[in-house]
Design a protein around this ligand. Structure first.
Ligand SMILES: CSC[C@H]1O[C@H](OP(=O)(O)O)[C@H](O)[C@@H]1O
Length: 351
């Protein structure tokens, strides 16, 4: 089976090709972003989504802006790219990878001596962000094997799969690696109201890979835990700060239930999702359009005039988390904060 890659960068056109995720599972459509505005629109509607995939999109967006620039002086070129890229910065505030991807490419072009050199550095840096995420997701999958017992019944929430990354996935990367190693695992995918990433995307990905998956509503998770039907919870992350992990709304609920039933609760995420200098109370949690709760596609699920609260993420405090599975090893917060800082600075650390 071809690896699932939700975002591809074509510098020679230039354009960014992506799977339009709002249409899955029933419609598989590949679309093209030819401008930074096209890309920003796709991110806002979750056509492109998932923290690492947002990092890839941000990186490609900076490179696209550079390639499309018609400025003929280097200072104007650089300032034009920076202002263009603010369109991307203002799309979704919580997933730190978006800003990581943007900054990786911006820093690659800052020291360029010419516009041509800047364009070449931008393309190379964008490709490296994507390639690095591919390597990282497979490494996370491998690291995660140590916490997946034979025959594990794994609960996951939202979609932290290939569709949320350059390929393979983080939480689903652990699940894929366990499946490939013959661990005979099965998965319960929570639908993840209101946008149903679990129902629409995770089930689609796992069925495509022949992995045993059962779809449940978010409210069914607790009783499955109480019945002893769940051995492990593994989910993704959008931003990991010193005292908490931000992930799709509903994650905290599962973490509390897992604790109450003594079920291990793991986060799977790359080091690029850590924002270790920050803390829970400093993070902006994206609040989305109320219509997303009042209707699902053309099905009305609430009165058009009912007030709605629609935060896209919640925070799970570190004490509810058994471990954070990364490409370098499994960490716990706040104990391993210094190790994570050293690794992010590129220092060699014995993990
Ligand atoms: C591999 S991280 C995926 C992460 O991103 C999702 O959010 P969204 O669908 O709003 O982009 C969700 O929080 C997943 O855990």
């Amino acid at each position: 089976m071809e690896p699932l890659r939700p975002i591809l960068f074509h510098p020679h056109i230039p354009s960014i090709e992506y799977i339009e995720q709002t249409l899955l599972p029933d419609v598989y459509e590949v679309r093209t972003a030819s401008t930074v505005q096209d890309l920003a629109d796709a991110i806002k509607r979750l056509g492109i989504r998932g923290a690492p995939a947002l990092g890839c999109a941000g990186a490609c967006g900076v490179a696209l802006s550079a390639l499309l620039s018609r400025d003929d002086s280097l200072p104007e070129f650089l300032s034009g790219v920076r202002s263009d890229v603010n369109l991307l910065r203002n799309t979704r505030p919580t997933a730190v990878n978006l800003f990581y991807g943007i900054d990786q490419v911006l820093s690659a072009i800052e020291s360029s001596k010419s516009i041509e050199e800047a364009k070449s550095h931008a393309v190379n840096a964008a490709h490296e962000v994507i390639e690095a995420d591919r390597r990282t997701c497979h490494a996370i999958g491998k690291t995660g094997l140590s916490i997946v017992p034979e025959g594990a019944r794994i609960l996951t929430h939202c979609n932290a799969g290939a569709l949320a990354c350059a390929e393979w996935g983080t939480a689903l990367g652990v699940i894929r690696s366990a499946h490939e190693s013959g661990r005979n695992i099965s998965v319960y995918s929570c639908e993840t109201r209101p946008l149903l990433q679990g129902a629409r995307l995770t089930t689609w990905e796992l069925l495509r890979d022949g992995i045993d998956v059962t779809l449940i509503t978010d409210s069914m998770a607790a009783v499955l835990m109480r019945k002893g039907k769940i051995d492990l919870v593994v989910v993704g992350a959008d931003r990991i700060v010193s005292d908490a992990v931000f992930n799709k709304i509903g994650t905290y609920m599962h973490a509390v239930c897992a604790k109450a039933h003594n079920i291990p609760f793991y986060i799977a995420a790359p080091l690029s999702t850590f924002d270790e200098e920050s803390r829970e109370d400093l993070v902006i949690v994206e609040e989305r359009n109320p219509e997303e709760v009042r209707r699902v596609r053309n099905c009305i699920t609430g009165p058009s005039t009912v007030p709605v609260w629609n935060p896209a993420f919640d925070a799970t405090p570190s004490d509810l988390i058994s471990g954070i599975i990364t490409e370098y090893g499994i960490f716990s917060l706040p104990r391993d904060l210094e190790t994570i800082c050293q690794l992010k600075m590129g220092n060699k650390v014995v993990v």
